[in-house]
Design a protein around this ligand. Structure first.
Ligand code: RBF
Ligand code: MG
Length: 387
């Protein structure tokens, strides 16, 4: 990313965007717009969410009114839809890594600012349900508190001013193109965390592009490094997923010699979209066979450029035969790395085998080994799909 660019500048403060960076706002926006457009006899096209990412509320409304040819002005649309949103602002989930990041910087005394195009009052509602967030920000600025929102640099320049620092010593973390543009125009270092899959090539202005907050390396900007990695693995809040084993793309054992037990993602689309793509590990319970170590990938497999986000667990055990249709329960407890592309198939295979070794070793360590006994892994033979 930094090829040919000057060395990264050192930062002393961090300015964070809110929607799509710290909060999973997209899911809520889609849900509400979808229901709302029915009133106008229109059908929500999920792609819109990408178009409105990072814009001001007014710009977002204007885009929707125009694209769906709604018989109202953007302001009318905003005031009609606002009540639906304001009920829900305090229920938006934090994105993976958001709590960890805020805690880390505030514990290390790194001044934090929150700069969002949404209004000051909706920012307040959105962060109110997240413990410790409000107190962690020395500065909070909404789009209604400056003359022009992102992509104008104004909101970030104002944040630097209130932090009492030079813009060049600020690191901005942003998910959207308007946000990255604003940060660069303000003369700041910018890390992009694109919330739209397969779009990282569009973020050429950014000083760094990462796949999720889990991948942030603050030391690259002279900030204190995270200290929670254990032997190449990052413990995460455990999550649970299960279902029948299905046939995948058929490449697992044939091409790679890596027999993954692909999971049907039916009914799990929300869960799957909540979790960043990447390589994870944990424990796998297979009805009638027992509990096994597991390393897996979630995502689009850049090497194969799949069109669907899949989940591909590799059970680290030699099984004598296939077990398609059998009920598989997973508890996912650690993160290893983002998905990557490789110049050769051999490169991909070597990396996956390295992942296997990392996971196998880590799963014997206390923070991970205890989950082997998780009741979710002991599956009743009745094939109960519910938690
Ligand atoms: N596919 C990729 O394109 N890039 C990766 O970095 C990658 N990492 C993986 C890590 C593990 C532990 C596993 C089990 C799979 C990974 N895959 C990756 C997916 C792999 O290409 C896929 O499982 C096979 O194509 C079988 O469908
Ligand atoms: Mg954003």
């Amino acid at each position: 990313m930094s090829l040919g660019k000057p060395l990264k500048k050192l930062a002393s403060c961090v300015i964070l965007d809110l929607d799509g960076t710290l909060l999973n706002t997209d899911a809520l926006v889609s849900e509400i717009l979808k229901g709302f457009l029915v009133k106008y006899g229109k059908q929500w096209d999920g792609r819109e969410v990408h178009k409105i990412a990072g814009t001001t509320p007014f710009q977002a409304a204007a885009a929707v009114v125009e694209d769906y040819e709604l018989p109202c002005t953007p302001s009318q649309f905003l005031s009609e839809i606002n009540p639906f949103f304001s009920d829900k602002w305090s229920n938006i989930k934090a994105l993976p890594g958001a709590n960890r990041l805020i805690k880390h910087f505030s514990c290390h005394g790194v001044p934090l600012a929150l700069a969002s195009n949404s209004t000051r009052s909706s920012i307040e509602s959105k962060i109110s349900s997240h413990q410790g967030w409000k107190e962690s920000f020395s500065v909070i600025i909404g789009g209604d508190e400056v003359a022009s929102g992102k992509p104008s640099p104004e909101i970030f320049l104002e944040a630097a001013k209130r932090l009492n620092v030079d813009p060049s010593s600020c690191l901005v973390i942003e998910d959207s193109i308007p946000g990255v543009t604003a940060g660069k125009a303000a003369g700041m270092e910018v890390v992009a965390v694109p919330s739209i899959p397969k779009q990282s090539h569009l973020y050429t202005l950014a000083d760094g592009v990462i796949n999720s907050l889990l991948d942030l390396q603050p030391e690259n900007w002279g900030l204190p490094p995270f200290q929670d990695w254990i032997e190449g693995t990052l413990p995460i809040e455990p999550w649970y997923i299960g279902g029948p084993v299905i046939k995948g793309y058929g490449r697992g054992s044939k091409v790679l010699g890596i027999p993954t037990a692909n999971l049907s993602t039916e009914g799990y689309s929300a869960l799957l979209s909540e979790h960043p793509s990447g390589v994870y590990f944990g424990w796998a319970g297979l009805s009638t066979r027992g509990v096994f170590k597991m390393v897996m990938s979630i995502g689009w497999n850049p090497y194969f450029d799949n069109t669907e986000k899949t989940i591909e667990p590799w059970l680290l055990h030699d099984f004598a035969e296939d077990f398609y249709g059998e009920e598989l329960h997973l508890v996912v407890i650690g993160y290893i790395r983002p998905e990557a592309n490789f110049p050769s198939l051999e490169g991909l295979i070597a990396k996956i085998h390295e992942d296997r070794r990392v996971a196998e070793t880590a799963l014997d360590l206390p923070p991970y080994s205890a989950y082997r006994e998780d009741p979710y892994l002991k599956i009743s033979v009745k094939k109960d799909r519910h938690l």
